[in-house]
Each structure stands twice: as C-alpha cells, then as structure tokens.
Design a protein around this ligand. Sequence first.
Ligand code: HPA
Length: 277
Amino acid sequence: MKPEEKLYNIFDGIKDKIPFEPQVALILGSGLGNLADKLDIVDVISYNDIEGFPVSTVAGHKGRFVFAHIGDVRVVIMQGRVHFYEGYDINDVVLPVRLMKLMGAKILFVTNAAGGVNEDFMPGDLMLITDHIAKFVPSCLLGKNIDTLGERFPDMSTVYNENLCGIIRENADKTGVKLREGVYLQFTGPEYETPAEVKMSRILGADAVGMSTACEAVAANHMNMMVCGISCITNMASGILKKPLNHKEVQETADMISEKFEKLVISSIRDMSKILG
Ligand code: HPA
C-alpha cells in the first residue's frame, strides 16, 4: 500500500476514538516513558489496537497514544516510538507523527536519549536541539510527494521553532535545569558509533548523536508543524571516555534524570498555551 493511502486508512480507522483535537504532540524517549502516568489521562489508544500501525520491538518501550491535558493545553503523547533500525520503512517510522498532525496537533515536541559528542557535555545533561543533521538516514520525503501534507521541496532553514526554544529556555531557568544546546545528528544504528564516526560527527558540527528524532522533525516540518526537542545526554559518545557503551548504562542514566526532564517538559508544554492562542 502507498504511504499516503496507508496513513489515511489508519486515520479513518481511529478518528472516532480520539477524545479531543490535540494541540501538542509529544514523543517520549528513554527516561521519559513514565511521564504520561503522572498526568490526568483522558484516554489511551494502544498501538496494538490500530491495524497496520508500526509497533516497537525494543524492550522497555510501551506502545500507546495517551491523551491528556497539561494545564490548558490538549496533548497527545506517544509512549513508545519505532526506530529505523527495527527494520521499518522510513515512511512507517514517521507515520505516527503524520497521524498526530491529522488529529490536529500544531506543535511536535520530540525527546530522546543521545550520546554526547561535544566534550563540554556530561552524562545526565539535557540538550535543547537547535538544529539537526539527518542526511545519514533516508529522507521520509523520498518518492511521490504527499501534497495534502506539504510541498515537494520544503524549506528546512528553521526546523526548531525559535519561540518554542525560548519557552524551553525560560522553563529550564525556572526549574533550575542547566540546559545545554546543540545540533543532533541521527545515524541509523542499531550499533553504537566507532570513535572515528564520533570524531566525524564533531567535525560535521554535531553536539549529540542518536538513532531517532531527526526524521520525525523532517516529517513535521514538511507538514508545517512547529517543532522543538530535547535530548537527554545519557553517555559520552564512543571514544571520548575510552570505555565500551551499553544500552543498560543509557537506560540507567535516562532513568536517573527523568524527574528533572519530566518537570522541564511538562512546565514548557503548559507555557505553550501562550503561542497556541
Ligand atoms: N549513540 C547513538 N545513540 C545513542 C547513544 C549513543 O552514544 N546514546 C544514546 N543513544
């Protein structure tokens, strides 16, 4: 089935189950998986109940849309995402983002775990994503353009919305979080990088590397959504500390700082009511 047909079929199948028109779409990365449980949940839709929906194979990733209010803001939250390394077509990887836009979301807020490339960073830091490098994964816009979503040659000069970045910076100050800023580079994974690949990333201008997110931001920008994002620096990228990387360490660091990460995300979304009008 063509990506366009698949997207609209899935949307038709769930639109009657959506409790409200969300304003913000939030994707939870590692360490934020439990954020939704702290909110007053209005409704949930399990990915398993959506025919044809890409479901994550990574242990520890839940799979459901959660609908909740954060302050006055109506939010749809993805508790669990799929990654390109799981073997899905890149169109399937971004299908959930497209679906949340069809539900009505104007803002996409992405979060993830990432390896620190910038040597000033430390594990446990939070990094506001100011730009990305997505050219190491296939573009989700290859093939026939879906004209109903956006134009053939979308501008990418300001993917990460300056007003949203401002709100996140203000809330980091308010909540006492020392916020780093930088460029996120997406590789396919699933293997971690070699030291030479991390050095290359630094030369190219990256501050953090990971295996998600940039493709989602491309899809959202194509659809004219306002985008913002935060990376949790769970480890220094390969070669910096001369020790092997493992998924357990990534998970543990993400869990350790989840509380301040959650606070920052929740208070920032509450303040987005200012620009949603
Ligand atoms: N590299 C790629 N992805 C990651 C890393 C890393 O070092 N840490 C967390 N996700």
